[in-house]
Design a protein around this ligand. Structure first.
Ligand code: SF4
Length: 333
């Protein structure tokens, strides 16, 4: 077997330590970083890794999570964790992708920074075995931080990698990882967790709301929009997203579809709002009244609000009273 390994790389400390343990055993390592709107960008990139791993021994490959991942998010075989995090299915998905690279490159094994017992859903021993089996990696999946607590992989059994130099970390404590980071001179790594929006309570609430929409297929722009703005459900299938600042207003325009409606108060500073769904007359009035509520003109009795389809420039105008806060509560997601 070639001394080549493929590692899952999140930018977090555990994945950096796992890579360090493997590269230190003389393996050329392809680090795979999965990219999606739901993963918050972590700052440790290849430039930072050059201080930790010997150059020439690793490369970084980025993979965009495409529509197949969005489908998985909607109906995961193993269900969701505490929020809308389908961790088992997500891990299986990533391992399969890593496994494809392993095969193409004729490498020895895939490895991850997983630690036995660290996460309730995907890092229990039984869950780890499901991931090995369903990804097809079986005994070609190595967890260097907990290897000594797990059955030996083929690479360990054959002596290709020295099991004694791997670790036996388990549980939620970060103490040993922090000690190792100090020993290896690793600094500036992000804190544990927090990198995946699917574990975030308010993101999950919005996500569940759009899951209820009939025949809904969640796409990348849906995920982008779920990350920003104030969200309102005017009625089933009709949503309004109101920008909270200039940057969010620009994102709303960028991620909106041609069939979305854009609302903006005329003659006073205010947010850009995006209406999605088959809006009817009452929905336009409600969306305009919510948009007016967040404008600088909200103290006025009547406020002109312009709205148009994102794809064309013909603007309609409605004169509305800003929605009362008591009523607004009913629409908030
Ligand atoms: S926390 Fe998010 S990225 Fe991590 S396994 Fe779960 S769903 Fe996937």
């Amino acid at each position: 077997m070639k001394k080549l390994a493929v590692g899952l790389y999140s930018g977090g400390l555990d994945s950096i330590l796992a890579a360090k343990l493997i590269v230190d055993q003389g393996f050329y390592t392809i680090l795979v970083k999965f990219m999606s709107p739901i993963f918050e960008e972590r700052q440790v990139e290849i430039g930072d890794l050059n201080h930790i791993l010997p150059s020439g021994y690793f490369s970084l490959r980025k993979i965009e999570m495409g529509e197949d991942y969005s489908l998985l998010l909607q109906s995961p075989k193993y269900g969701y964790g505490k929020n809308v995090n389908p961790c088992l299915d997500c891990k299986i998905f990533m391992m399969k992708k890593a496994g494809q690279i392993l095969k193409e490159q004729e490498g020895s094994f895939v490895f991850t920074g997983e630690v036995v017992g660290q996460r309730p859903m995907s890092q229990r021993k039984d869950a780890m075995r499901i991931i090995e089996r369903e990804s097809g990696l079986n005994r070609h999946l190595l967890r260097p931080l907990s290897a000594q607590l797990l059955p030996p992989t083929i690479a360990e059994e054959s002596g290709l990698i020295n099991r004694e130099a791997l670790l036996n970390i388990s549980g939620r404590s970060r103490k040993r990882q922090i000690e190792l980071a100090q020993k290896f001179g690793i600094s500036g790594y992000p804190g544990p967790g927090g990198g995946c929006l699917l574990t975030d309570v308010s993101f999950a609430r919005r996500f569940k709301m759009i899951l209820q929409e009939k025949n809904k297929v969640i796409q990348s722009d849906d995920l982008q929009l779920l990350k920003i703005g104030r969200h309102f459900m005017i009625r089933s299938g009709i949503r309004l997203i109101v920008g909270r600042n200039h940057s969010e207003n620009q994102k709303i325009l960028a991620f909106g579809k041609k069939s979305d409606w854009i609302f903006q108060v005329i003659g006073a500073p205010g947010p850009i709002s995006l209406g999605r769904g088959n809006l009817e007359t009452a929905d336009f009035e409600c969306a305009a009244a919510i948009t007016a509520r967040y404008s600088d003109a909200k103290a006025q009795e009547k406020i002109p609000v312009g709205f148009k389809l994102r794809k064309n420039s013909h603007q309609h105008i409605l004169e509305v009273s800003p929605v009362h806060d008591e009523v607004l509560k009913n629409y908030k997601i």
